[in-house]
Design a protein around this ligand. Structure first.
Ligand SMILES: C[S@@+](CC[C@H](N)C(=O)[O-])C[C@H]1O[C@@H](n2cnc3c(N)ncnc32)[C@H](O)[C@@H]1O
Length: 219
């Protein structure tokens, strides 16, 4: 699942993961996470999610990272915003007021790029990655996030043998294992989506849970 896979998805308009609305779980759980309003929020693998606007509207400075240029172009064009662009190492930073998207590879970010980050939000980032990359994802997140940063992290669980990812199933046990020693993990809620969304049964799935976690970078 390298950048060319995602380039292709964006070029062919195969972006079913993108929502025209703010994420319901973000609106519901963010206020419960104890994240200070002055905290700058990191959004890994951000796509063109409208959640960046919601976070910014709450008063947060926001930093997304996205590897596909078309996603970043769409984000600003659809919001009718004129971004400023600036090169920084492997990245081109597109920014408008308190909102910036770093165009480049998440795995190229360095701790010095995130020194002022106080929170992060993972929606459709970890579940976009196959197992070996998820391990790298959490290792890298632990390397670059400052100690004390608070995260709201969303995932799905379903029998992986019943469907191919992405989105992949990411079980609570795996999250706890990958986070051990780097992040504290609190399960905020587990919701059965199978009974709520008929499309999952139509896809042949026998179980779909959505999971919401509050995490804190330890150390
Ligand atoms: C499933 S989408 C989710 C997008 C967004 N979080 C949302 O909720 O709509 C995953 C996104 O991650 C981007 N991506 C994948 N690998 C990446 C990487 N290594 N660095 C930065 N972005 C990446 C893809 O281009 C895609 O836009």
């Amino acid at each position: 699942m390298d950048p060319s896979f995602w380039e292709h998805r964006w070029a062919s308009g195969n972006i079913g993961f993108h929502s025209p609305n703010f994420n319901e779980q973000l609106l519901r759980y963010w206020p419960q996470c104890g994240i200070p309003l002055y905290a700058k929020v990191f959004v890994p693998l951000c796509g063109k999610t409208l959640d960046l606007h919601w976070l910014s509207q709450q008063g947060h400075a926001v930093m997304g990272v996205e590897v596909v240029p078309a996603a970043v172009e769409d984000f600003f064009a659809e919001a009718k915003l004129q971004p400023q662009k600036q090169k920084q190492g492997a990245f081109e930073i597109w920014s408008h007021q308190n909102l910036s998207i770093w165009l480049g590879d998440f795995f190229d970010l360095r701790p010095e790029n995130l020194v002022d980050i106080g929170a992060w939000y993972d929606r459709a980032a970890q579940v976009a990655l196959p197992p070996a990359m998820r391990k790298r994802y959490y290792q890298h997140l632990a390397r670059i996030l400052p100690s004390g940063a608070i995260g709201l992290s969303l995932a799905f669980e379903y029998p992986q043998e019943e469907k191919e990812g992405p989105p992949f199933s990411v079980e609570e046990e795996e999250i706890r294992r990958l986070c051990a020693g780097s992040f504290s993990v609190e399960l905020l809620e587990r919701q059965d989506r199978l009974s709520l969304e008929p499309r999952f049964k139509a896809q042949g799935l026998s179980r779909v849970d959505e999971t919401m976690y509050r995490m804190v970078r330890e150390g």
